[in-house]
Design a protein around this ligand. Structure first.
Ligand code: FAD
Length: 516
């Protein structure tokens, strides 16, 4: 084996969100090394477009933007962005027309917690918030704030501050463009070129990628951000793709952009996810339009029927609009870093957009490439750690997404019956559900560093889907019931105050755009 030599050149192939976000992270992380000669180059095809449909995010995006140095107001203005306080799920628990609640909310704010780690969840399960109170409504103000289309924060002393956790909705094309211009300002070299061939050396590492316009391009580390094509990690290096199609069934998408009826139409500050006969629609409010799409299972419906479902959802405003069609490869590569090549983004995997895991997983991978960067050329040990961390993370995201489907009470379509079939639920998730029948989820159920979603997200979905947990004697301290009830009352009261205090979502976004 060749002795390790310092890594001084990085070549990123692909200029979608994955490529440019990795470029920004590396330019920032390696800035100190720049003087010693670490150079980051990104080559992207001028002919092959980016996938450009990811419009929802998770709150981790705020830390990412801040880490790479993009100001929030600039991001909101340039990406047509709005605030996302969570996901509102409709018809997931039961089909329209069935008696019972047909919606629930997954907010991004944590449940309120009393000092000393006193959790409200057992008391909510005990009925202390009232027989009809949903979990999210009982433990955080955020549901009421988001339901009333208020913003998660307000102007304060020339800045914007507020009590709610949030992420964003944004225009995916504009997001990639903002990242590109930012990366270039950080010193990333940009080439337009079509990579036609990947050359391997005698040890099976990448020796060069050959671009039609530039000839051979070589580097110490190659980052494959070529999207579903996976030109380097898949085609050239043969890393196997592990399909998740036996667990997560949706594999097609139809996407449309729908203008608002009037320029002052209120903008919801959550994604609306509505379940249908063979999948679900997303409905995302940006500043000047809605992004709406139907993701569905081709094993449970056919394309023309899916388009009808989408048009029925939108109503007359879909007339004259033609949806974009996408085929989705749902799954991931268990080995995402091989020798001198690492995959970030769709080339590494894709797990349907239900909880915006796409950008979130890119954030983690890009951060890790920067943090673990093999300055001294120790590629193998770095690859092993990266692969373990990413593989575990993907597997846990699969479980979290499946959680949304497998607890359904819907029996109106094969899609839902199949989703609730235990044979389609990973053993890791079945184990968790078995334990949570007799005790609520606890942070000790999760290895924090391997999870994309915090325990509270699992709790919101679990109890939003009406999962039943039988509390064992002693789970609730009778001496603290009164305290818990006071806290539930306080949360309801504070929600009223928050509504009076926080501006309407659209007004707040427009104010930030003016400020930028
Ligand atoms: P792409 O955007 O496909 O970029 C690939 C790049 O590689 C392009 O620049 C292309 O030019 C370049 N390239 C390809 N071949 C070559 C070549 N031969 N030579 C040179 N360059 C080449 N994520 C979320 O977080 N939230 C969501 O709400 C969400 N919704 C989604 C909905 C759908 C229907 C889909 C399909 C995805 C969604 N995602 C979502 C995922 C998200 O869109 C992607 O994770 C994200 O856009 C990153 O894509 P990428 O950069 O990996 O690939």
């Amino acid at each position: 084996m060749r002795p390790a030599s310092p890594t001084t050149e990085v070549l990123i192939v692909g200029g979608g969100a994955a490529g440019w976000l990795t470029a920004c992270f590396l330019a920032k992380t390696l800035a100190a090394r720049e003087a010693q000669g670490v150079r980051v180059t990104l080559v992207e095809s001028p002919e092959i477009g980016i996938v450009g449909v990811g419009e929802g995010s998770f709150p981790s995006i705020r830390g990412t933007l801040s880490a790479i140095g993009i100001d929030e107001a600039r991001f909101i203005k340039e990406c047509n962005a709005t605030f996302k306080q969570g996901v509102h799920f409709r018809h997931w628990v039961r089909a329209p027309g069935q008696p019972g609640t047909d919606h629930y909310f997954h907010p991004f704010s944590q449940p309120s917690q009393r000092p000393g780690g006193f959790e409200l969840l057992p008391y909510w399960l005990n009925g202390d918030a009232g027989a009809d109170a949903g979990f999210a409504e009982a433990v955080t103000m955020q549901k009421r704030v988001a339901d009333a289309a208020h913003a998660p924060k307000r102007p304060h002393d020339g800045d914007f501050l507020g009590p709610m956790n949030y992420a964003y909705h944004f225009d995916a094309g504009r997001f990639a463009a903002l990242l590109a211009s930012h990366a270039k300002s950080l010193g990333v070299r940009h080439l337009q070129g079509n990579v036609e061939r990947v050359e391997l050396d005698e040890e099976g590492a990448i020796a060069a990628v050959h671009a039609r316009e530039h000839g051979a391009l070589s580097a110490g580390l190659y980052v494959d951000c070529t999207g579903f094509r996976a030109l380097l990690i898949g085609e050239a290096l043969g890393s196997p793709f592990k399909s998740a199609g036996d667990v997560l069934f949706v594999d097609r998408a139809l996407a449309l952009q729908v203008p608002y009826e009037t320029p002052d139409t209120p903008i919801p500050s959550y994604t609306i996810s509505t379940a249908h006969e063979a999948g679900w629609t997303w409905d995302i409010g940006l500043q000047d339009r809605r992004g709406i799409g139907y993701v569905y299972s081709s094993r449970h419906t056919y394309d023309a029927r899916a388009e009808q479902v989408l048009r029925d959802y939108i109503g007359p405003r879909s007339e004259g609009l033609h949806p974009r069609r996408l085929e989705l490869k749902v799954g991931y590569r268990e080995t995402q870093w091989i020798r001198n090549c690492v995959a970030v983004g769709l080339s590494g995997g894709f797990l349907e957009p239900l909880e915006s895991s796409g950008i979130g997983l890119i954030e983690t991978a890009a951060y890790l490439v920067g943090f673990l960067f093999p300055h001294d050329g120790a590629l193998e040990s770095t690859a092993r750690l990266f692969n373990e961390l990413m593989r575990e993370r993907y597997a846990r995201v699969v479980d979290f997404i499946k959680l949304h489907y497998c607890l359904t009470q819907r029996t109106d379509a094969r899609f839902w019956l199949d989703n609730a079939d235990p044979a389609t639920i990973p053993q890791t998730l079945r184990d968790k559900l078995a334990m949570w029948k007799s005790r609520p989820p606890h942070r000790l159920d999760f290895v924090t560093d391997l999870e994309m979603y915090p325990p509270s997200s699992w709790q919101y979905v679990l109890y939003g889907m009406e999962f039943g947990t039988r509390l064992h004697p002693g789970a609730v301290d009778p001496a603290r019931i009164a305290e818990a009830r006071r806290e539930f009352g306080m949360i309801a009261q504070m929600s009223g105050r928050a509504l009076a205090d926080l501006p309407q979502h659209r007004a707040m976004v427009e104010q930030m755009v003016r400020k930028a």
